[in-house]
Write a protein that binds this ligand. Structure first.
Ligand SMILES: *[C@@H]1O[C@H](CO)[C@@H](O)[C@H](O)[C@H]1NC(C)=O
Length: 553
């Protein structure tokens, strides 16, 4: 008797424990947009919805309480427990009822249903259930299906902000041509999914899109489409193979022209990266597209897999395609994997390269992409010693920029009544030579006609090498009153897309300095009584140029 009693007691305890255990699962189970209430095994389940379910036509029946044939994520958005971007929530099972009502809520339209055998409602993960749980519930053990298991493996974390040390916008150019074939295409997909995980994609981390390299390029998804690894991974999973030639050049050009745009989710001021996967070799010419990418400030990485064999080499159009494609042929932008098998060990080193923000030599910054023009007063009042201080001042500013053929360029004009092009933008494409040349400018001595000098500089220094708007800077250094009008010529410079800084010394009148300078005048006008005071403006002017540059991008 007492044994049986104890046995029953124990049974009840086990029952209770099972119940407590299964009713409070604390790891959210990822589900899809179409998972229905009836698909859940437990009375109370914590789940996580993917983003953008609202964009699909989902079946939702009821309002507040939903028939269990309804999509859980659709109903959750309708109920307002999760935003359109998805997230975790609790689902509570309820008995069937009659008369599920229709309504439009949070842009989801639910339908009516006369009756159904089971229902559910939902609550936010942090707060208490919205509906009172009146009915007792059964305690079926969890029965995760195979699809659920596979998802769980990849998608442990519900939502991530991303790796904030790796804020880059990435286009993955996947080989989708006959070269690679269906089977290796799938291996490539799995490699790229692993990259997406290790990169730690997120709103405040790297963003990621995919373009097919095939006969005709095609964007599979843009930077703006997904900001969570789980969404990127499921989008990659659904990608189909395209076939055709491996027109890598065409795909890169397509990426430069249409992928990296603010409308498609490019973030301003962040490094842009293209990772091109080439299985074998490209069918078309990569050089022109690569040049366009560099000019646009895009860092091209090339991942080669299964290089052409000796017999195949004859078919390769351009054996040096790899050197021509990458941002810079310094080894950093190239990556080789011998085959698509056992690629796991390559995920981390490639991730590290893509996240090396300070090695992105092709990114456009103020330091590597401005035209820096100096207009210097060589009038008699300056004197030889002070003229040297002016040259040092110019060299000091120039020293902060990366002078090279693809980078920033520096030029100078000296003026009295006359003008002389001392240094063209193309004269020196390395910094040491440029600094030497600036310091060797010989003092002219004469009158002061600043207005004419500005017009001369526009026509002879800037116009022949016009850079994009926002990248042309003119720094005027003068020590006195000009004999001609400066306002008109300075206005012409600004209309040409040149930002003007004016630096006055000694007798230079404030009115002239302000008339020449760009807006806002306060931050583009400088004055010192003495030439030795010039040095203190160097850093402020460099910072000002960078601020102007960033604002114009
Ligand atoms: C990406 O977003 C655009 C519009 O925002 C949409 O038209 C397109 O279908 C989306 N692509 C994917 C794969 O979700």
């Amino acid at each position: 008797m007492s044994v049986i009693f104890h046995f029953l007691h124990l049974l009840g305890l086990i029952f209770l424990m099972c119940r407590t255990f299964s009713a409070e699962p604390n790891v959210p189970t990822p589900i899809t947009c179409t998972t229905r209430g009836a698909d859940l095994a437990e009375a109370l389940t914590v789940i996580v919805c993917p983003s953008n379910c609202a964009l699909q036509q989902l079946s939702v029946f009821g309002s507040g309480v939903y028939a269990s044939v309804s999509s859980i994520c659709g109903a959750a958005i309708h109920r307002g427990v999760i935003p359109q971007s998805g997230g975790p929530l609790k689902v509570h099972r309820l008995p069937g009822r009659e008369n599920y009502l229709s309504s439009l809520s949070h842009r989801v339209k639910s339908q009516t249903l006369p009756r159904w055998t089971a229902s559910f409602t939902m609550s936010k993960l942090i707060s208490q259930p919205m509906e009172v749980l009146g009915e007792s519930s059964t305690t079926a053990l969890p029965r995760p299906g195979p699809a659920k298991k596979a998802l769980k493996k990849n998608l442990k974390k519900p939502a991530q902000n991303g790796n904030k040390d790796c804020q880059v916008d990435i286009a993955m150019l996947l080989d989708s041509s006959y070269n690679i074939g269906q089977r290796r295409f799938n291996l490539q997909k799995s490699f790229v999914s692993k990259l997406a995980l290790m990169l730690r994609i997120g709103p405040a981390g790297p963003h990621f899109g995919v373009v097919h390299v095939s006969e005709i390029p095609k964007t599979e998804f843009y930077l703006k489409n997904f900001t969570q690894p789980k969404d990127v991974i499921s989008a990659i999973k659904e990608m189909g193979f395209r076939g055709g030639n491996s027109n890598t050049g065409k795909a890169l050009l397509h990426t430069v022209e249409s992928f990296f745009s603010p409308e498609n989710g490019m973030r301003r001021g962040l490094p842009r990266v293209v990772v091109i996967f080439v299985d074998g070799w490209p069918s078309d010419d990569l050089e022109k597209a690569a040049m366009r990418a560099r000019e646009s400030g895009i860092n091209v990485f090339l991942v080669t897999v299964a290089k052409a064999t000796l017999e195949e080499l004859g078919m390769v159009q351009d054996r040096n395609f790899a050197q021509k494609a990458v941002c810079q042929d310094n080894g950093f932008f190239s990556f080789n994997m011998p085959s698509w098998f056992s690629t796991n060990k390559y995920v981390k080193p490639l991730t590290q390269k893509i996240c090396s923000v300070d090695q992105m030599l092709c990114s456009k910054t103020c330091y590597n992409s401005v035209n820096l023009g100096f207009l210097i007063d060589g009038s008699s009042s300056v004197g030889d010693a002070n003229f040297r201080l002016v040259l040092e001042f110019m060299a000091g500013i120039t020293d902060d920029f990366e002078i090279s053929d693809l980078g920033a360029r520096v030029g100078a004009v000296q003026f009295t009544y006359d003008q002389k092009l001392e240094m063209d933008f193309n004269d020196h494409t390395d910094k040491e030579a440029a600094l030497d040349a600036l310091r060797s400018i010989r003092y002219m001595s004469g009158g002061t006609a600043t207005g004419d000098a500005i017009s001369y500089t526009i026509a002879n220094l800037f116009q022949p090498h016009k850079a994009n708007s926002g990248r042309n800077f003119l720094i005027i250094i003068t020590d006195g009153q000009s004999y001609d009008d400066v306002g008109g010529p300075a206005q012409a410079a600004k209309s040409e897309g040149i930002t003007v800084y004016s630096v006055g010394v000694a007798w230079a009148p404030q009115d002239d300095l302000r008339a020449m300078a760009s807006q806002p005048k306060e931050s583009h006008t400088f004055f010192t009584r003495d030439f030795t005071g010039l040095e203190q403006f160097q850093q402020t002017i460099v910072k000002g140029i960078c601020r102007d540059f960033n604002e114009a991008q």
